[in-house]
Design a protein around this ligand. Sequence first.
Ligand code: ADP
Ligand code: MG
Length: 252
Amino acid sequence: MTDSTVAETDSHSDTAVSVQQVVKTYYVGQPVHALDDVTFELPRGSYTAVMGPSGSGKSTLMNLIGCLDTPTEGTVVVNSQDVTSLSDRERTRLRGEEIGFVFQTFNLMPRLTALQNVALPMVARNVSRDRRVERAQSLLGRVGLADRVDHLPNELSGGQRQRVAIARALVNDPTLLLADEPTGNVDTDTGATIMNLFAELHAAGNTLLVVTHERRIAEHADRILHLLDGELERIERIETPRRPTVDSGEGD
Ligand code: ADP
Ligand code: MG
């Protein structure tokens, strides 16, 4: 393997995520095979959607790639690191520094303001307070919430909360963004803002994996992984991915 034309750095191959023969079984009385022999790779810089009926294993898959859980069998490799062989501490570091996770249910801290929620992941990285505030404000501005920084989650609409959650996911500049139904509970305008932001992140070279039940949303990606009963039923290539209409300028 001494192909001199391959000039990639060792630690960062062309593959952002590799999922190999992954099985995830939950034991609650009867075993539930949430994922059953799932294998695929996400090339670095790719934009992939995940579709499938409720209960087909979408969130389970996101949790495994997002280092929130480990597979029963098989391997999950993120940025050349085998998640299954990392210690809890190393997994937390990988998750904090290289992965942005947008949860289906937002998972904001109810007693922290929008600004504090977005700034929180930087605390673990010893970023100075001034820098945290500056960075959190800038990201909240980017998702159109510059005038809501001091609001608590329950003082924000569903769409605004989702945008806070997205700002928080981006705060450490992750190379891999995982989003579980990011447009599931938001209005059309917020949905468009989110898809615009994802398109920008994709254009900037980040790797995106987005769960959605909306075909229209999935078609923004380069390809769609179709899950059914925990199995990867097929991988569909999107010939001409949708790109968001670029008329949603800053407006007001
Ligand atoms: P989806 O996100 O596609 O709706 P999930 O990944 O949440 O599906 O769930 C896949 C299957 O695994 C479902 O049958 C669900 O009931 C089961 N499951 C998910 N999480 C757990 C858990 N923590 N304990 C037991 N079963 C679970
Ligand atoms: Mg789910």
